[in-house]
Design a binder for this molecule. Structure first.
Ligand code: NAD
Length: 487
């Protein structure tokens, strides 16, 4: 098989198999072909991985932060050297075009290792607190064993965005990729060993919604970091809370992009297209509710239609392809059912809405789709579709659009396009979201915090802020005199 790994799991520095686990088939979304067969972790594999992480963490945490940083920076270097191979694997795993994976997936994982490897030498510093004679100091210490659980849309990036800050802070991690995309994380584990990480600090176990709870509820796990949907987030956060574990929840969204009538229209269309069609629309922070001022609606829609119909859909391994298939047949069916609801509830189909004629075979392709005249109450304006379906809504008034943009349970991201800078800042200040953009969309460099508010989750990935979620403060009071008591 095209992408069969040595074994399903990577534990304590080596590949491990246990064929007693349920079979997981890795399917190449462009053809429907099975490219690898793996096994979900059995309870024995879960135990082995957590035991290995627990043992390795003690040694890893005793290294100086700078020494840990060197390993992470080396891992980044290896990832960059192997960018093509890793990108090709990511394309097989997800169906995303090589044109994207070569610039966005392993590269962003490498950025993460490089960034945390660089800042960690000083980022774990504590403080000294004078108390007049006595004094105190604080230390930032790792949490212990972290469980990372990934979604299928950015498998390698998620494996690194969780692994890099966790490891930098001195934790060990057991990472479970999505059962839909099991391949990339194994390579990250291999690369960390090659970069000099002690065996056991980064383990990968395969599995699905049956396996996840075994990891989350394990008593030796101190923290769970999930990237997934809101319903999964509720379950995982609930299970973690029952044992008072730390959590980071990177969940879904239904984010707004607001385009005012003074905006650079082509730039706003670029933002809306990036925020709806990149990765075949399978991006959590996508701006799927595009509020366009009535005065520019017709121009916006006609240029958007022309540009959307020019998107090159096809073989993800062809460098010229701009949009690949959806990750799975199930996901395409889900998205098609939303398109049907959009039509049935009266939205105007501007373009797309079906399966492209240009591609043949069994791939899970879908046309990039734009609906106009969408109203706030329509299902397609309320629920996360997680596919290339853009909803364009009209507005006229600033206060009205802010209220409508905020009228959702989600709060992951938001964007504003306008030439008026006071308005831009005034509006983003009132939009309820964790990550916002002005006159651009969906850019997430490692230097800036990323994460959601409301039902889109809590905790932050990337930037120095992420380290706070993978460590805790220890306070030490130092008595300089005799200890006195009233007894
Ligand atoms: P999902 O919620 O179905 O699955 C996510 C992961 O959780 C998978 O690995 C799955 O096996 C595991 N899981 C499922 N049930 C579990 C349980 N009870 N206990 C423990 N683990 C369990 O999500 P998905 O379909 O893989 O991904 C799409 C979703 O992820 C979308 O909602 C998207 O918005 C979200 N997402 C969010 C971000 C972010 O950073 N905010 C990034 C990417 C994707």
């Amino acid at each position: 098989m095209k992408a069969q790994p040595q074994a399903s799991h990577f534990i304590d520095g080596e590949y491990v198999e246990d064929t007693a686990g349920t079979v997981i088939e890795s399917i190449y979304p462009a053809t429907g072909e099975v490219i690898a067969r793996l096994h979900a972790a059995t309870p024995a594999i879960v135990e082995k991985a957590i035991h290995s992480a627990k043992r390795a963490q003690k040694e890893w945490a005793s290294w100086s932060p700078a020494a840990r940083g060197r390993v992470l920076k080396k891992a980044a270097e290896i990832m960059r050297e192997r960018n093509r191979e890793l990108s090709e694997l990511e394309t097989l795993d997800t169906g995303k075009p090589i044109q994207e994976t070569i610039v966005a997936d392993p590269t962003s994982g490498a950025d993460s290792f490089e960034f945390f490897g660089g800042i960690i030498a000083t980022a774990m510093n504590g403080s000294q607190i004078p108390l007049g004679g006595d004094w105190a100091y604080t230390k930032r210490v790792p949490l212990g064993v972290v469980v990372g659980i990934g979604a299928w849309n950015y498998p390698q990036q998620i494996a690194c965005w969780k692994g890099a800050p966790a490891l930098a802070a001195g934790n060990a991690i057991v990472f479970k990729p999505s059962e839909v995309t099991p391949l990339g994380a194994l390579k990250i584990a291999e690369i960390l060993i090659e970069a000099g990480a002690p065996k056991g600090v980064y383990n990968v176990v395969q599995g699905d919604r049956e396996t996840g709870p075994l990891l989350v509820s394990h008593p030796d796990v101190a923290k769970v970091s999930l990237t997934g949907s809101v319903p999964t987030g509720r379950k995982v956060a609930g299970a973690a809370a029952s044992q008072l574990k730390h959590v980071t929840m990177e969940l879904g969204g239904k984010s707004p992009i607001v385009v005012f009538d003074d905006a650079d229209i082509d730039s706003a269309i670029s933002g809306a297209m990036l925020g709806n069609f990149y990765s075949t629309g399978q991006v959590c922070s996508n701006g799927t509710r595009v509020f366009v001022h009535k005065a520019i609606k017709e121009t916006f829609l006609s240029r958007l239609k022309t540009r959307t119909e020019a998107i090159v859909i096809g073989d993800p391994q062809d460098e010229a392809t701009q949009m690949g298939p959806m990750v799975s047949l199930a996901q395409r069916e889900k998205v098609m059912s939303y398109i049907d609801k959009g039509k049935a509830e009266g939205a105007t189909l501007v373009t797309g809405g079906g399966i492209p004629n240009s591609v043949t075979g069994e791939g899970f392709y879908i046309q990039p789709t734009v609906f106009a005249d969408v109203t706030d109450d329509m299902t397609i304006a309320r629920e996360e579709i997680f596919g290339p379906v853009m909803c364009v809504l009209d507005f006229e008034d600033e206060a009205e659009v802010i209220a409508r943009a905020n009228a959702t349970e989600f709060g992951l991201s938001a964007g504003v396009f306008t030439a008026d800078f006071s308005r831009a800042h005034r509006v983003v200040d009132q939009l309820e979201a964790g990550t916002l953009w002005i006159n651009t969309y969906n850019l997430c460099p490692v230097e800036i915090p990323f994460g959601g508010s409301k039902q889109s989750g809590f905790g932050r990935e990337n930037s120095a802020a992420a380290l706070e979620h993978y460590s805790e403060l220890k306070t030490v009071y130092v008595g300089m005199g005799k200890c006195e008591a009233p007894y």
